[in-house]
Design a binder for this molecule. Structure first.
Ligand SMILES: O=C(O)CCC(=O)C(=O)O
Length: 298
């Protein structure tokens, strides 16, 4: 659904001003949306999976391991597709608080796309280079929204999400380098004018939701603090927004309508989108691609 059509519906969870801010800036932090019961359930599920990662010596389809991971001291960058690995993550992704928030920016009919749980382990959790999300998983419109949940308090020193205000309204940068390699990163030299003035740290207490428009430039710095930064990311779209490449993080829930009804027509935005590599041949996660030339950006 296009923004102009979404705006015909009255928001139910956020205020009109908050929704306007999301569409103007390309991101929004909503504090105190997810209650302590949900946080406890999600933390318990996370602990179970971190325990399971002790058995895993190298990154695989489930875990992207951080440098220094071992059975004695697990360190993860990502749990890929948490909804595929513990029922609590799907219960949460399909639950009312979060799908109603998605509806305020996607329209009343909302579809689930995929999920990931990005960690930043204390003292060294890796940075994430500047990028747009949508070229990795293009859809027929730009309604897809990533809704992140800070499962613990996240301050500036913990590597919170950073986003460039208004960058979703500008043309998309290529996510390939000059040699045609997929890098999913925008070097500092190629960032839009005034990007430093528009750089915003999206911090918040545990239970905050962070909404990211699929075009907005975002990234994050390393976590050099003594505190963990677990960030659960679920991606939704309007029900009539159709992905047209292989989902890099497929799950049995891909395409499930989590609110409202299934679409009977697709919605198309006239602005096209760069195509990613063919993920049906494998997807290793973003860090491996971004690491080429690391140190120039941010
Ligand atoms: O985990 C982070 O800090 C950044 C995540 C992100 O930008 C992404 O998964 O696209």
């Amino acid at each position: 659904m296009l923004e102009a059509d979404v705006l015909k519906f009255t928001p139910e969870t956020m205020t009109t001003a908050q929704r306007q801010q999301f569409f103007a800036d390309g991101f929004l932090v909503l504090e105190d949306v997810i209650d302590e019961d949900w946080l406890k359930r999600l933390r318990t599920a996370t602990t179970e999976l971190v325990e399971a990662s002790r058995e895993v010596p190298e990154s695989d389809e489930r875990f992207v391991l951080e440098n220094g991971h071992s059975a004695a001291t697990p360190r993860l960058r990502r749990l890929t597709s948490p909804v595929s690995h513990h029922p609590t993550f799907w219960d949460f992704a399909a639950s009312q608080p979060i799908v109603d928030v998605a509806a305020d920016v996607c329209g009343p009919d909302v579809k689930f796309y995929h999920s990931k749980l990005n960690f930043k382990w204390p003292e060294g959790g890796q940075k994430f280079a500047w990028h747009h999300d949508i070229p990795a998983w293009p859809h027929t419109d730009y309604s897809p929204v990533t809704i992140g949940l800070y499962m613990e308090d996240c301050g500036v020193e913990q590597g919170p999400l950073l986003a460039i205000k208004g960058s979703h309204k500008q043309p998309l940068h290529s996510m390939y380098d000059r040699d045609g390699n997929w890098t999913l990163r925008i070097p500092d030299d190629d960032m839009p004018p005034d990007w430093q003035a528009n750089r915003t740290a999206l911090t918040g207490p545990a239970g905050s939701l962070v909404l990211l428009n699929c075009r907005v430039i975002h990234g994050s710095q390393a976590n050099m603090s003594p505190h963990m930064r677990p960030l659960l990311l679920n991606v939704y779209s309007s029900a009539d927004s159709m992905p047209y490449v292989f989902n890099p993080i497929p799950s049995p829930y891909d395409g499930t309508v989590v609110r409202g009804k299934k679409a009977d027509r697709s919605c198309h935005d006239p602005r096209g989108c760069e195509l990613p590599p063919d993920w049906s041949k494998g997807y290793v996660g973003p860090w491996q691609h971004q690491s080429a030339g690391q140190g120039r950006e941010q």
